[in-house]
Design a protein around this ligand. Structure first.
Ligand code: FES
Length: 155
């Protein structure tokens, strides 16, 4: 009995949520609650209502960065995009993954010509991402930077 009640509640919640989202559903099994529901579960639609409005992530996507945001001889970390953009010399822009190649911590500082990881002290060059210190053995993967006017796009 309890399972039927929970299943029915789940079905009602799902239907209410779908109706609120503007999804039209055919009305089936409106009075089918006899206590021996053969399915017992609400079929999955394979979609998640929480996915709506969530920005894409994980694939770079560093668009719309103003060149003026990036200090000459330094750089700036964009945590949401997992990238760090540097400007080793005026007008020369570089971008790298902001994930340390040692054990995957996000880097958290650009200073003194290096991109620094807080976890175990690895440091990477702002020029080419090469290892300058610490435990990392591999450079930060470089990204492609495209400059259009005063805007950077990183892919
Ligand atoms: S994860 Fe960056 S130094 Fe260890």
């Amino acid at each position: 009995m309890l399972l039927v009640t929970e299943a029915e509640a789940s079905r009602r919640n799902l239907l209410t949520g779908l109706a609120a989202a503007g999804v039209a559903l055919p009305l089936v099994a409106a009075c089918g609650s006899s206590g021996s529901d053969s399915t017992g579960t609400v079929p999955s639609t394979g979609t998640s209502p929480t996915a709506a409005g969530t920005p894409a992530s994980g694939g770079g996507g560093g668009g719309g960065i103003k060149t003026s945001e990036i200090p000459v001889g330094g750089g700036k970390i964009f945590p949401a995009q997992n990238i760090v953009v540097t400007q080793p010399t005026a007008g020369q822009f570089k971008a790298f993954s902001a994930i340390c190649t040692h054990q995957g911590c996000p880097v958290n500082r650009v200073a003194g010509g290096t991109i620094d990881c807080p976890c175990h002290g690895s440091q990477f060059s702002i020029v080419d991402g090469s290892v300058k210190g610490g435990l990392a053995q591999r450079p930060l993967p470089e990204k492609t930077v495209k400059v259009t006017g005063d805007t950077l796009t990183v892919t």
